[in-house]
Design a protein around this ligand. Structure first.
Ligand SMILES: Nc1ncnc2c1ncn2[C@@H]1O[C@H](COP(=O)(O)OP(=O)(O)OP(=O)(O)O)[C@@H](O)[C@H]1O
Length: 329
């Protein structure tokens, strides 16, 4: 394991920002710390980086107990959302900075900076100032700078947070490819589940200072440990005593299936190749419950001849992922 966080607790006054957190992050992996705002993701990242200290618990990096080591002795590189670049230095100089303060020979610095700029596709901008780059290019420069000193671990705190959706998406794909090329153990913080699902090998879901679940994107999506994880990773609806994904609700236009819930379509929306329904269940089976959300392929909806007001019977599809609803009907 590259990073071993064991029983870490961090309090601010009476408030538990992290409450007995333990996680193991394997070498060479790209891990996302995912969770809602204020959940403790950045605090955990800062404790791994050595920018903050835990009240109790330990952090080991590549087998070395790093709990009391200052950041510069941990061999970690980091990139934060509002990265402090040296505005008066060129892109190449910014990337070279870490190597120069380590007294790396000039020729070696030049070679390494050339390689890194190529890696992040900024070779043609080597002599520009950071202010002459786009936001996405600046973040790539920040990554090159963090990678320059060949860190054991790369820590990224919402690295693409301040960028617009399109650039964000491009950088995500690029980060994944970069990671596949250099294989440095990388941990990044995000509150965006799509970003985590798309980029990470493994996701650590953090909420209210605790780890809710650790797993691959598929594991989390298909086998959420609890209601919170399920709801955080995608749309969820309630059908009687369970919660499930809207595309896991089966629709029939005839009664008779065991355990089916009768209702009426109160909303029908075609979005691209799918149809989204809202179904109000009959009061006898679900008095006062929220309408059930259902998503089905357009061809399927057409086959059933569904319209606004149609009577339907809903069941959980065979093999659907379900978790118990908080309050049973
Ligand atoms: N220096 C501090 N003093 C007091 N409280 C703090 C401090 N730093 C963080 N906190 C609190 O600790 C909690 C966790 O903060 P943290 O920044 O780790 O959350 P986060 O999950 O990274 O959220 P976000 O996505 O909004 O950055 C928050 O409620 C925050 O207000």
């Amino acid at each position: 394991m590259s990073i071993e966080v064991t029983n870490v607790t961090k309090k601010y006054g009476d408030f538990h920002a992290l409450d007995d957190v333990s996680v193991s992050l394997p070498t060479g992996q790209l891990t996302a710390l995912l969770g809602p705002s204020g959940g403790g993701k950045s605090t955990l990242l800062r404790i791994i980086a050595g920018l903050d200290t835990a009240d109790s618990g330990t952090v080991a990096i590549e087998g070395t107990n790093a709990t009391k080591l200052p950041p510069q002795k941990r061999n970690v590189g980091f990139v934060f959302q509002h990265y402090a670049v040296f505005k008066h230095m060129t892109v190449a100089k910014n990337v070279a900075f870490g190597l120069e303060i380590r007294k790396t020979p000039k020729a070696e610095v030049k070679r390494r900076v050339g390689e890194l700029l190529e890696l992040v596709h900024l070779s043609q901008f080597a002599d520009r100032l950071p202010s002459q780059l786009s936001g996405g290019q600046r973040q790539r420069m920040a990554l090159a700078r963090a990678l320059a000193v060949e860190p054991t671990v790369l820590l990224l705190d919402e690295p693409f947070g301040a960028l617009d959706a399109k650039v964000r998406k491009e950088l995500r794909e690029w980060l994944r490819r970069l990671h596949d090329e250099v294989h440095v153990t990388t941990v990044f913080v995000t509150h965006d589940q799509e970003e985590a699902m798309e980029v990470a090998d493994e996701i650590v879901v953090i909420n209210q200072g605790r780890v809710e679940q650790v797993g691959s994107p598929d594991e989390l999506y298909d086998e959420p440990a609890n209601d919170f994880v399920m709801g955080f990773l995608g749309e969820v609806t309630r059908l009687g005593p369970v919660r499930l994904r809207p595309h896991d609700v089966d629709v029939s236009v005839e009664p008779g299936r065991a355990g089916s819930f009768p209702g009426r379509i109160t909303r029908l929306l075609r979005v691209g190749f799918e149809v989204r329904l809202q179904v109000e269940l009959d009061p006898e089976v679900a008095s006062g419950a929220e309408p059930v959300s259902v998503v089905l392929p357009r061809s399927h909806a057409r086959g059933l001849d569904l319209e606004l007001g149609s009577r339907v019977w809903l069941t959980a599809a065979v093999g659907a992922v379900t978790v118990p609803a908080m309050v049973a009907v």
